[in-house]
Write a protein that binds this ligand. Structure first.
Ligand SMILES: Nc1ncnc2c1ncn2[C@@H]1O[C@H](COP(=O)(O)OP(=O)(O)O)[C@@H](O)[C@H]1O
Ligand SMILES: [Mg+2]
Length: 429
């Protein structure tokens, strides 16, 4: 951040420190307490007010510094927007979670797999659909069973309707069980059988109706662990929960080995192959387990409907920006939309990163607007890649060396300063 600082606070100025900052690490959604915290605050961010340049200049230097900080917070906390792709996924997911939650007979619940490339919004779309389900489900349970929602940490009966976890890179079946137990803060038994039993107990005792396993394609599916892993997935499907598996490239990952598509319902079916022992007696009456697979795709710029959806998304972003020299249609008119599409291939997460960093540059340089030329100087940085598994398709290819559109009419040779995009963009800044 370039211009002003927040330290030039006049003596005696007791104006409260800005309410938009949150102190401490972001909530860890993979623990039930963190998930609850996130669920409650997820839509509460208040964007910076829209000031004109004059109003801004009229502020005290300290106020200006705070406003710049608030603008920056606004640019890095842009809300999730509905896209035709996310609506499809979240609609299917909420429907499935609700249907299964009100089903009171024991037995396998149809599951859901959310498939798509890295940074296409799988995690955020699935989490917000699950949170919306939980909002509703808690309200219902509150009315029906007012006494059954004690939230006393450390007690066995904490109500955890949604459990969300992510697999570590190259996870084994044991690691998957431990990851699930960590949601509840439960201890890890030593061997796989006991681990699976503990998972089953935890899911039952906490009244979990939805179990989300993110980055499931990180499960190691090499010879040795193959059988264990597939057996484990089957075990999980036999818990009385809606299992939601989220991953990049699920169809090619080996997770579907042994499954086939039922052409009538278009569901994936895992036939009941009685290998090994089941940890769940009720499951022995089950014959097969069914999944719907839903893809979360990037924007498509090749059809009128696809272009409209992309432009709508850009308009939604533009509305959230707080740059003093922005103008109506800054992102949606002229060469900009196509340029943004070429830079990001329509991948929602890459677009967000590009806009975030472009805004930082626009504020620091004082340009206060986004142009293709400014964005051409901005490389897309994905943050901490240690967290991602490139082998599992979680790191999208970032289009490289996309030149900004040439100025029409200009006969002069174009400024080639920005043409050198050699090499990969820096991994992190
Ligand atoms: N519908 C959306 N609108 C705006 N931003 C989105 C949307 N979906 C995802 N994002 C952003 O894109 C980035 C990548 O999303 P994420 O869910 O982590 O992708 P994935 O799990 O597919 O790798 C995140 O910063 C997220 O906030
Ligand atoms: Mg993800």
């Amino acid at each position: 951040m370039g211009r002003s600082t927040v330290t030039d606070r006049p003596a005696g100025d007791e104006t409260p420190i800005v309410p938009f900052l949150r102190i401490g690490p972001p909530p860890d959604r993979t623990r039930w307490e963190g998930w609850q915290q996130w669920r409650r605050i997820r839509d509460t961010f208040i964007p910076a007010p829209r000031l004109s340049l004059q109003e801004y200049l009229d502020l005290s230097p300290r106020r200006r510094g705070l406003h710049d900080l608030h603008r920056t917070a606004t640019h890095v906390n842009m809300r999730l927007q509905e896209t035709p792709m996310s609506v499809r996924v979240s609609g299917l997911m909420r429907g499935r979670l609700q249907n299964n939650a009100v089903k009171f007979m024991p037995g396998t619940r149809d599951g859901l797999m959310v498939n798509g490339g890295g940074f296409q919004g799988k995690t955020e779309t699935a989490c917000s659909a699950a949170a919306a389900f939980e909002d509703l489900w808690r309200a219902v349970c509150q009315q029906v069973l007012p006494d059954q929602q004690p939230q006393i940490p450390g007690t066995r009966d904490v109500f955890v309707p949604v459990a969300y976890c992510r697999l570590p890179v190259r996870a084994t079946p044991k690691a998957l069980c431990k990851t699930i137990l960590d949601v509840y803060g439960d201890p890890h038994p030593k061997n796989l059988d006991d681990l699976i039993r503990s998972v089953r107990d935890a899911v039952r005792d906490h009244n979990t109706t939805a179990l989300l396993i993110d980055d499931v394609t990180r499960l190691r599916l090499h010879r040795g662990d193959d059988q264990d892993t597939l057996d484990l997935i089957r075990e999980l499907m036999d818990l009385n929960v809606t299992l939601v598996l989220i991953g990049a490239g699920i169809p090619c990952s080996g997770l579907l080995r042994g499954a086939y598509v039922d052409l009538r319902t278009r569901q994936w079916v895992f036939p009941d192959i009685k290998r090994g022992k089941s940890h769940n007696e009720a499951a022995s009456t089950q014959t097969e387990r069914r999944f719907d697979m839903v893809d979360l795709d990037p924007f498509d710029y090749s059809t009128p409907a696809g272009i409209t959806a992309f432009l709508d998304h850009l308009a939604g972003i533009e509305d959230q920006l707080r740059l003093f020299r922005s103008f109506d249609g800054m992102l949606t008119t002229g060469e900009m939309p196509e340029y943004l599409f070429r830079r990001t291939h329509g991948i929602v997460g890459l677009l967000r990163r590009l806009i975030e960093d472009g805004c930082t540059e626009a504020i620091t340089s004082g340009e206060e607007r986004l142009t293709p030329e400014l964005l051409a100087r901005t490389s897309i940085r994905l943050g901490n890649l240690d967290d991602l598994d490139p082998e599992a398709g979680e790191v999208p290819e970032i289009p490289d060396g996309v030149p900004p559109p040439q100025q029409k009419k200009s006969r002069r040779p174009r400024n080639t300063v920005f043409d050198d995009h050699g090499g990969k963009p820096a991994a992190d800044g």
